[in-house]
Structure formats: C-alpha cells, structure tokens
Design a binder for this molecule. Structure first.
Ligand SMILES: [Zn+2]
Length: 316
C-alpha cells in the first residue's frame, strides 16, 4: 500500500471514529515532511538560535504536587522538527516552562535536514524538558507485526539512550494509532506513558464537554490530547478557549498536541504554515504569556499550570 492509499484508509478509519488520529499531515507529505531542509542552518555547524543551555527550570515548574481542581496544561510537540527548537523552545524556556518532545529516531540521525539533532535534544533534556519517543521511523502501528513493533518501540528507546538521552519515559503513537497490543509493547519496552491524539474534545476548535485526563490517568498508555485541526494553523482564541473551558469544568489534565512552529521571517514560512496543524511562533508566544499570567488580569484562569508529561506522570 503506498503512502497515499494508506492515508486514505487511515482517514476513513479516523472519520469513523474507530481510532484517534494525528500527524496525518506528516504522513500526507510523506517522508518529505521529515527531511525538510531548515534554512539558514550551516550543515554540521553549531545550532543557531539555541535556547540557553545553562537555563534550568525554575522551582515553580519542577515536579510538585498537583492539587484537585487545577488545570494542568502539557505542551507536547510531535516529530521533533527543528523549527520547534528554533522558534518554540526559546519561548517555552523564557516562560520558565518545560515541554514534551517526541522524537523520530531516523529523522535525528541526519541532523539539520528536518529535525532536531541529538545534541539539540540533549540540550532540551538538560533544561528539564521531557524527551520522548515517536518510534524509529513513524510507521502505522496497525501495519506491523509484533516483532516489528518491538523493534520500532523498544529499538527507539535504546537508540535514544545510546545517543545520550537519559531514560526516555514518554511515548507518542505515530498517527495516534494504537490498540491493546501496542500499549503492552510500549509498557514492556520501559516507557511510563503513551500519548495518543484526540479523545478530549469532539471539536477541533470549540470545546464542548471536555473529556480531560485525570491525574493520575485511568490508562497512562492512552493519554488524550486536543485534536488540533490540521486544516489550518492553530488559533490563539481556540487554544485559550480549551484551557478556559477546562478550568470552568473543574480542572484536569489538558495535553496539547503541536507540530511545526513557524516564523514569519523564515524562508520556508509559507510551506511551514501550510503543514499539518502548525502554530505560528507569535501565537505560541502569546499563548504562553497568557498561561504564565494565570490568575492575573488578562491571563488564564487561576489555578492553571504548565507541566510536561513526565512531571504530571511522576516518571521515575
Ligand atoms: Zn508524528
């Protein structure tokens, strides 16, 4: 089955509501999405626009007891695109927040083509970010044998450790596709948690009744996330409305699923902003400003905090 027909089949299954789906866009553009060149980056050179390696998360975001009624937002970034490093990570660090990044190993083997290098990922981890796995090559788990799944999932974790990522504990299913067998393999491979996609709201833009994750979640290997609408860039009003609705509902855990982070000054901006579910860096920055001002005028509702997935899950 070629990529296009696989995606058509996936879309049909997604539309039927049989599975939660994400990253269709990454698949829709094929592997090209994972070998995109990042402009202005000298091959093999020192990464530019790097967040300060010396920054450590403040005690305010270090693992703390989360109380009942809090709204906990997790910023999760799929596919470890280098634009997340260039245009997202500095904002996250500047707000004394940390995020979860899900790595496709094969995309980080040849740095500076689409995705973060192992060096960049190690820097993010040293700053307190959660570096998780998104398999070795981003296959549809439903098409794999058990052995192939183990190779993609356990192999990814082992390869990350070989590249200096200490004890990866978080995992995200490619395309958000999973079943009990895949969950079991993820757990057996040594991961603490796994994020799917969707499952929190039926609408991509407007929160209806949100099926927020509890803390701890009922199934740590089936974590939901806001099902970002891939058909347009994420909008600030939509992001804020999900958080506000979560707080109004009495709080809970709201993982948000980001992909490309696009900067209007970048040469590839047009391509980036038309990719699957992208966010413009200015929108992300305004959203983080709003979250950081929780409980103050013009900010998110009181009690809203930002934690990465491993902080919420108390990863060992
Ligand atoms: Zn993905």
């Amino acid at each position: 089955m070629n990529h296009r027909s696989m995606l058509r089949a996936l879309a049909a299954v997604c539309a039927a509501g049989l599975i939660a789906c994400a990253c269709q866009g990454a698949g829709a553009t094929g592997d090209a999405a994972h070998v995109r060149h990042s402009p202005g980056h000298a091959a093999g050179g020192t990464p530019s626009a790097a967040p300060s390696p010396s920054r450590t998360p403040s005690s305010a975001v270090a693992n703390s007891n989360l109380s009942q009624g809090q709204t906990v937002v997790s910023l999760t970034f799929d596919d470890a695109y280098e634009d997340q490093w260039r245009y997202g990570a500095p904002f996250v660090a500047a707000h004394n927040m940390t995020a979860t990044y899900y790595v496709i190993n094969s995309s980080s083997e040849v740095p500076y083509r689409c995705c973060m290098s192992w060096f960049q990922l190690r820097v993010l981890q040293s700053q307190g970010n959660d570096i998780g796995s998104h398999t070795i090559s981003h296959p549809n788990p439903a098409t794999l044998t058990r052995d192939q799944m183990r190779q993609e999932i356990c192999g990814s974790r082992q390869d990350m450790i070989r590249h200096g990522i200490a004890d990866p504990q978080s995992f995200a299913y490619p395309f958000g596709i999973y079943n009990r067998t895949v969950e079991d393999i993820v757990r057996q491979c040594g991961f603490n948690n796994a994020r799917a996609a969707g499952g929190i709201s039926v609408s991509n833009d407007t929160p209806s009744v949100l099926n927020l994750q509890t803390i701890p979640p009922a199934d740590p290997y089936a974590l939901g996330a806001i099902p970002v609408d891939g058909s347009h860039p994420m909008r600030l009003a939509d992001l804020e409305s999900f958080v506000t609705a979560s707080a109004a509902q009495g709080g809970g855990w709201l993982p948000i699923n980001f992909h490309d982070v696009c900067d209007a000054g970048a040469a590839d901006f047009k391509k980036c902003i038309s990719s699957y579910g992208p966010v413009q860096d200015t929108v992300l920055s305004q959203f983080l400003d709003w979250l950081a001002a929780a409980g103050r005028p013009g900010g998110a509702p009181g009690g809203v905090v930002v934690r990465n997935v491993c902080q919420v899950m108390n990863c060992p």
